[in-house]
Design a protein around this ligand. Structure first.
Ligand code: GAR
Length: 206
């Protein structure tokens, strides 16, 4: 049975695009929903352009009431009956109530080599620590922030002239390799972690 995938975003949605575009042909899953907590998230239009239902639950409408916000998320998600939820740059912390509801079905991509640098400002923290390498992780979402079982990691070198932005761009290229690879494997029922070696993505021509 083809799996149904809901993707939660807050911004440009470049990871959402690589996930959505990977779910073709003999892939075991298809996108069923893109949901954003930010009404003008750039990823919403990219989803609609691909014929994927796109919806918004604006967290600001709930004025700090996390339970009400999450209930609204559930009401937006459940009619689409997803088998898998992918957090792809979804920048709200979820409560155990929401996480328990989708236990074993929810993945997240985080821009660090977990368990290093949970939370925000991962690239600045890697540079401040003088790390020789950085990277990204896809993990199962559990009640511990950025703490669930790791399903994949990709590494990048840190260059001497790096800024948080240049390092973020190098890591993001690898996010776009890693997340689709992990989703494909996960959707086929295999949770064996994927560890991608460093592979520079050639610059786009033109
Ligand atoms: C990505 O770098 C993702 O790893 C990060 O947000 C960016 C979203 O970019 N996620 C987190 O920091 C989660 N804590 P995108 O909207 O272009 O996919």
């Amino acid at each position: 049975m083809t799996k149904r995938v809901a993707i939660l975003i807050s911004g440009g949605g470049s990871n959402m695009v690589t996930l959505a575009d990977s779910m073709v042909g003999d892939h075991p899953a298809r996108p069923c929903l893109v949901l954003s907590n930010v009404p003008d998230a750039g990823g919403l239009q990219k989803a609609r352009d691909r014929g994927i239902p796109a919806d918004v639950v604006d967290h600001r409408d709930f004025k700090g009431d996390r339970e009400a916000f999450e209930n609204a998320l559930v009401s937006a998600i459940d009619p689409h009956a997803p088998d898998i939820l992918c957090l792809a740059g979804f920048m709200r912390i979820l409560t155990p109530l929401f996480i328990t509801r989708y236990a074993g079905k929810m993945l997240n991509i985080h821009p660090s080599l977990l368990p290093k640098y949970k939370g925000l400002h991962t690239h600045a923290r890697a540079l401040a620590a003088g790390d020789a390498e950085a990277g990204c992780s896809v993990h199962e979402v559990t009640a511990e922030l950025d703490g669930g079982p790791i399903l994949g990691q990709a590494r990048v070198p840190v260059r001497p002239a790096d800024t948080p932005d240049s390092l973020a761009a190098r890591v993001l290229e690898q996010e776009h390799r890693l997340y689709p690879a992990v989703l494909r494997r996960f959707a086929s029922g295999d949770r064996t972690p994927i560890f991608l070696p460093w592979l520079s993505v050639p610059a786009k021509k033109g």
